[in-house]
Design a protein around this ligand. Sequence first.
Ligand SMILES: Cc1ncc(COP(=O)(O)O)c(C=O)c1O
Length: 388
Amino acid sequence: MTMMLEKEATDDLIERGYSRRQIGEIAAMLGAGVAATTMLTNPALAQQQAARGIKGAVRIGSNECWTGPFPSGVQAIQAAASVGNWYDPDTYRADLTKTVSDVEGIPETHIQLWPGSGGPLVSIVAAYCSPTKGLVTADPTFESAWRSADFMKAPIAKVPQPIGKGHDVKGMLAANPNAGLYYICTPNNPTGTITPIEDIKWLLDNKPAGSMLLVDEAYLHFSEAPSAASLIGARKDIIVMRTCSKLFGMAGIRLGLTFADPEVQKQIMLFGPSAGGLSITAMACGNAVFKEAALIKARRAEMVAARDETIAWLTKKGIEVQPGSQANMFMVNWKKPAKDMQAALLATPEKVQIGRSWAIWPNISRVTVGSAEDMKKFCAAVDRVYKA
Ligand SMILES: Cc1ncc(COP(=O)(O)O)c(C=O)c1O
């Protein structure tokens, strides 16, 4: 599906040096969204990713939550579904925006809702990158931004991710002191490590005028790190992005958020997937779960216990786990091709589907933290493979 770009968006792209033909391709990328961006740029990878959830497997490969939304969220979905015959039966959007504003301490004008965060992530790259305005990211990190930048023919600087730490923000600025977009993923997918708020502030204060800083906080609720939302204030050069796909267990329900100055939100929307395409069930669920501070804390503690126990078991077995994860994933160094280990674990009677590896670290797999029971099966499968 190709997205129809507004004249304003087309003019903006012409000004950035794109031809009519390229603009057509960019519209296709935006219409297709993140999954299909992969399809357009790397069909083999898209096929590999399509095998995301294998039915009947212990699914600890895609950083999903091991359980669904909190009960209040499920109840809210049921109530919303029963009035789903109306296009706009109630004040779902306004209610959710107010809740997020109260919980996060940011003005309602600075909050935009999306059907997931993958779409706006592609749009942000389209809005701020060009052949002369590159993207700077860590490596490994969530690759959607760099795949989109690749599509935009924007130069991409990938700065090696220090093991056990946050992004090397000084290295990121040095890698391209004149970039259009700096992408920080904290906690980082796949390492789970946090980029300290002081480092984010440093990059914000030192990056070139006219550039944008995107802080992707998809996994923030799994950690106790402070949000960069506090930095938004009067600034027009930072976007904080969230999703309800992770701790809130709403990956299939689809709800994402961007926090930024209203003018910036407008620029994202110009290149955006339809922000209006949100289901009332997603908004009702989000409104219920965002307020559940005690349950958020309890779910985080449950994940931390399962993660720490699994890492302790692996370490005792002499298997190297990278330190420093503060999210629902950790990196295991098998010291042999991670792809082979991934296949071997899936072939065990436990049928465990772990995550993939990144080209920069081919012997290292990302393992998502599932339920305590999932993690026991993971350990049993690892034991079996090692004994064999
Ligand atoms: C770091 C990061 N950002 C964004 C996303 C997009 O998630 P969603 O589109 O479900 O909000 C993901 C998904 O895995 C992610 O890991």
